[in-house]
Design a protein around this ligand. Structure first.
Ligand SMILES: Nc1ncnc2c1ncn2[C@@H]1O[C@H](COP(=O)(O)OP(=O)(O)OP(=O)(O)O)[C@@H](O)[C@H]1O
Ligand SMILES: [Mg+2]
Length: 449
């Protein structure tokens, strides 16, 4: 038999070369090249044996309504309304964030038999966790296994309705010689599970580790193989955990599910806005509430800013939860167009609750919080603000104004400072005092800053 061909592959991006290199020429990462072997066996396809034939689209029968609920509605929301048969879902997240916890909780709530494969923990350890979480476990079968071939054999004989693999980095396939967790192994194991899922119509959940940088370990291609990628995020210091869909072939992305971690596992948070605002200090400068949209849901969050005279030659600027560059841009707008003296100031901005916001609609709240902190004037506790701030100081419309306002009224806000163009299109005011603004200076005036 011919000797399998050796080559080197970057563990970060999947780039291959014949010779070892210290630095990947493709992605520029150092020390990521590791030895892999080219497999020589025949590949399997979605349909084993016979070659598949083209089928007219209208003749394919697929019931689009057959999503199964996980029993955890926040989880279902992120999945796009439940589990799609035959889908492959990757759940990534930092160590100890609660990946195994949520999948064990969901597994126990699912109807039908679940095969929970663990390559990291023994069945006894998982049983201990199950007892702590007080989950009913008649339907869940545990398998402590690292060989993917054995997992597939076990699944073929057990015929479960859902398979959970905890984690994909601990699995290995005999077709590859490299160590578990390497690019080749991870990709091959994921591909095999994909064939298994599609062939049998069984949904498969893969737990994935993340790298220091926060990306799912293994090659980017892993994210292309799977149907849905969920990230489990949260701040160590906070009990809140956020499950976020970053890719979903069967639902909207950026949808989030909010959970609270307790000794009895993850609890759903049905009204996250209330939770994120629960400890808000009243009458304090530098705190402004914004209304962001995460997926399809409005979320009221407190944006905090602290502006103080610097004692260093270069002022410190830190931003947690909002893009740092975005804050710098807003600082520049305030300096140039509202005449604020922020040059010699240390500036810190924070989103309360460990949330990460990527939406431009929080711009206005950031601008108001910065001004409020600089001038040491608090903004009214019953006022909220949202809108995108442009480089010439204009306040631009944002999407879903009505949804945001409705949520604000529900939580008990009385006034909303919103973009003028959004205000003109409003059909209902939800009992709020709407203050339309079209520029940063108008907004500062409306907020009494
Ligand atoms: N007795 C307990 N009381 C409260 N919280 C607990 C308790 N035991 C565990 N936890 C929480 O559960 C978390 C571990 O959850 P889990 O094992 O599901 O994480 P994981 O994401 O699967 O981690 P890993 O990547 O190491 O597999 C801990 O970080 C902690 O927050
Ligand atoms: Mg785990």
């Amino acid at each position: 038999m011919a000797k399998p061909k050796k080559f080197y592959q970057c563990q970060a991006c999947g780039y291959t070369t014949a010779k070892w290199m210290g630095r990947c020429p493709d992605c520029g990462e150092w020390n990521t090249m590791s030895e892999e072997r080219k497999e020589t066996r025949k590949r399997e396809g979605l349909v084993s044996g016979a070659r598949s034939e083209p089928i007219p689209l209208n003749e394919i029968e697929a019931d689009t309504t057959v999503r199964t609920g996980t029993g955890i509605s926040e989880f279902d929301r992120v999945l796009g309304g439940g589990i799609v048969p035959g889908s492959l879902v990757l759940v990534g997240g930092d160590p100890g964030i609660g990946k195994s916890t949520i999948l064990l909780q969901a597994a126990a709530l699912l109807k039908g038999r679940v095969l929970y494969v663990s390559g990291e923990e023994s069945p006894e350890q998982i049983k201990l966790r199950a007892e702590r979480l007080k989950v009913k476990s008649e339907n869940v079968s545990l398998l402590a296994e690292n060989s993917l071939e054995h997992v597939i054999d076990a699944a073929d004989s057990m015929e479960p309705s859902v398979v959970v693999i905890d984690s994909i980095q601990t699995m290995y396939t005999e077709d590859f010689e490299s160590a578990p967790g390497s690019v080749g192994q991870v990709r091959e194991c994921a591909a095999k599970m994909m064939f298994y899922a599609k062939r049998n119509g069984v949904p498969v959940f893969l737990i994935g580790h993340v790298t220091k940088e926060g990306a799912i370990a293994g090659p980017r291609v892993l994210e292309h193989i799977v149907d849905t990628v969920l990230y489990f995020e949260g701040d160590r210091g906070h009990p809140y955990r956020i499950l976020r869909a970053v890719k979903n072939r069967f639902g909207s992305t950026n949808e989030i599910g909010v959970f609270e971690m307790s000794d009895q596992g993850l609890k759903e948070v049905a009204n996250p806005s209330e939770l994120f605002l629960s400890e808000r200090p009243q009458g304090v400068a530098g705190s402004v509430v914004a209304s962001a949209i995460e997926g399809t849901r409005p979320l009221l969050v407190e944006i905090q800013a602290l502006v103080s005279q610097t004692t260093f030659s270069v002022p410190r600027r830190t931003s947690i939860g909002i893009d740092f560059q975005r804050v710098n841009l807003l600082v520049a707008v305030l300096e140039k167009l509202a005449g604020l003296q922020l040059g010699g100031m240390d500036i810190f901005t924070n989103v309360v609750g460990g949330l990460k916001l990527a939406e431009p609609s929080v711009d206005l709240a950031v601008v108001l919080a910065l001004t409020s902190s600089l001038r040491e004037k608090p903004m009214g506790a019953e006022v909220l603000a949202f809108g995108e701030v442009g480089l010439s100081g204009e306040i631009r419309a944002v999407s879903q104004t009505e949804v945001r306002l409705k949520e604000a009224a529900k939580i008990g806000f009385k006034r909303a400072i919103i973009p003028r163009s959004s205000a003109e299109r409003l059909k209902e005011k939800f009992g709020l005092d709407i203050v339309p603004v079209s520029s940063v200076s108008e907004a500062l005036e409306a907020a009494g800053l």
